[in-house]
Design a protein around this ligand. Structure first.
Ligand code: B12
Ligand code: SF4
Ligand code: SF4
Length: 311
């Protein structure tokens, strides 16, 4: 391909992605993620993945998209802002902002597949779409492609959009024009590390999941949460280390209707939660991220929140 045709194809993919409502898109050449292997290996060795044993699987594929998708040449990184226009009142049990509306896996995957199908039809390109659905190291690809840097809070930060976005990728067999790796811009700031109530950020960018309220409320399967003294009023996920980040000061509300808050989310007091039985819960929250914790997971966390409040 000539430089001109690379440029044309890259611009075409960019406009297809942005037409789907994504906030930004960047491109990286497929290669092994050599510089990330030591930190990832250490993270696993220290058991910072807690009981997420799926993080131990398919390491060869996780660190090299060419093993995951044979013939792959490019990673297309797409992000979508989910920052809500209105937030839950602080006194009710808090749901992380990414979980206010429809499950992002479904929203992003559908859009990425639309783009992929068009590329298949127009150019005979082949590839796969991923949204946290397979062993892909999404944040490192965000860094390499120039989308943003991995902040001390462990989240990818976009210089203009902050970190309230979710991400997905197309891994395709066509060459494109690639971005330059992003430069870390946290500087001497330590706000997230100091604000994390459970001290789960054990080093800049390194999260000990066992202590992280996001892990404990979403991924942990046991019937009781013993690892932390308090839930800090988090019933599903946690945004504390993002809320304090100066790069999120200018966050703009999402334009994706699927991310609008479901049902009576703004009024979910402890009492209102108590009125839900499993059937109501499943009916109300079908298709939302809350199904990952499920009725039992949410009830388990609420039990701890209630015990702390003595209600
Ligand atoms: C496992 C996981 C979790 C775990 C662990 C969190 C973590 N930070 O690793 C738990 C359950 C705690 C979690 C929580 C959350 N998650 Co999560 N999670 C993932 C998942 C599935 C894998 C991340 C992973 O590989 N972690 C392992 C660590 C070791 O890798 P890493 O974070 O990429 O870190 C690299 C750098 O830190 C770097 N590094 C560190 N030190 C050094 C030093 C040197 C010298 C170098 C070169 C590199 C380097 O190397 C690491 C790789 O080795 C991704 C999806 C995916 N498939 O990638 C979503 C993902 C990261 N999560 C996401 C979200 C939204 C969240 C929450 C915000 C949800 C919430 N509100 O509750 C929280 C945020 C918690 C936090 N502060 O990070 C988004 C993040 C979007 C963004 N802007 O960054 C992702 C990308 C999902 C998506 N598709 O949108 N998550
Ligand atoms: S998500 Fe919450 S508990 Fe986890 S590292 Fe950030 S502030 Fe700490
Ligand atoms: S709060 Fe400060 S240190 Fe933490 S991610 Fe944001 S800029 Fe970086």
């Amino acid at each position: 391909m000539t430089d001109k045709s690379l440029e044309i194809l890259t611009e075409h993919i960019k406009s297809l992605i942005l037409e789907q409502g994504f906030t930004d898109v960047t491109f990286a050449r497929v290669r092994k993620l050599d510089e990330y292997i030591p930190s990832f290996t250490q993270w696993l060795e220290k058991d910072y993945h807690a009981e997420m044993s799926f993080m131990e699987n398919y390491k060869d594929k996780r660190v090299d998209p060419a093993v995951l998708v044979p013939g792959a040449k490019s990673v297309v990184v797409a992000i979508m802002n989910y920052y809500p226009e209105n937030k839950q009142p602080g006194e009710i049990p808090q749901i992380a902002k990414y979980a206010y509306g429809r499950d992002y896996h479904k929203v992003l995957k559908k859009k990425l597949l639309k783009v992929l199908n068009q590329l298949v039809a127009e150019y005979g390109i082949s590839g796969r779409a991923f949204v946290d659905s397979a062993p892909v190291m999404e944040k490192p690809w965000g860094e390499i492609s120039g989308m943003g840097w991995i902040g001390k809070n462990g989240c990818l930060i976009h210089p203009r959009s902050g970190s309230y976005f979710v991400m997905g990728e197309l891994i395709i067999d066509a060459e494109l024009e690639y971005g330059k790796p992003a430069v870390m811009a946290c500087g001497s700031c330590m706000k997230c590390i100091n604000a994390c109530p459970t001290k789960a950020i054990v080093a800049p960018g390194v999260i000990n999941s066992e202590k992280c309220l996001s892990y404990l409320t979403i991924e942990k399967k046991d019937e009781e949460i013993w690892e932390v003294d308090s839930m800090y009023n988090r019933v599903f996920g946690c945004d504390i280390c993002q809320d304090v980040c100066p790069w999120n000061k200018k966050s703009k509300p999402t334009t994706e209707p699927d991310f609008n808050p479901r049902n009576d989310l703004m009024k979910l007091t402890v009492d209102r939660w108590s009125e839900y039985n499993e059937q109501d819960f499943n009916r109300s929250f079908a298709g939302t991220p809350l199904m990952r914790a499920g009725y039992k997971g949410i009830q388990r966390t609420l039990k701890k929140i209630k015990a702390e409040r003595n209600v």
